[in-house]
Ligand binder design. Sequence first.
Ligand SMILES: [Zn+2]
Length: 246
Amino acid sequence: MSGRSARLPRALSSSFVLPTLAAAALVVTATGASVAESPPALTLDFTKQEAAVARSEEAAEEATVSDLATRRQASAMQSAALQGRAESQLRAARNAARKAAAEKAARAKAEQEGKRWVEALRGGRLTSDFGPRWGRNHDGLDIGAPSGTPLYAMSRGTVVRSFLHPTFGNKIEIKYWDGSVSWYAHMSARLVRAGDTVMPGDIVGRVGSTGNSTGPHLHLEIHPAAGVDNPMNPASWLRSRGVMGA
Ligand SMILES: [Zn+2]
């Protein structure tokens, strides 16, 4: 056994070199470390401070960017909110205008509706005309109809009187929007009171034979104004309003 045979295999030998190099590197490192340790501690602190400053500057920059984004977002949200508010106000204004127009139209329609003229009763038959009768003037029209037949307000107006009269029986007086007044007499029922407002076609009473009457009929008188007993021929009055009566 020579020393050569005792030598380590080549592979091991070469691997042995590596620790040697590693050791040398360690030495260098140790030397470097000793070099680094030799300058004043201030240098290292300065480097740390620089890094800290750099970090804080970076953070500040990030914060600025983030702040800008936040502000941009807030601004966008604000303008969206403003736009939304403006749109909502516009919508509200449009709705209000539409509602006002609809109300105006409804009022105009109601006004027109209120000025409509309708018949005092449907069906019925003229039994006595306006004019001289039995030695005196018959101040209205007599329209025969079954007892209980509904009697309607001929247009929009106010009930002036509603009472039981000795000869007219159950009687109502309605003053219409144009100032003229109708009297309904001999009714079996009065369905309105003085002061009531009526619209065209509202039922105000029923045909009857109360007071001085020989059978169920409506005695209809027309006066040009309230409180004035100045009867006119209802036929011409009805005709001028497009209502021929019974
Ligand atoms: Zn009569």
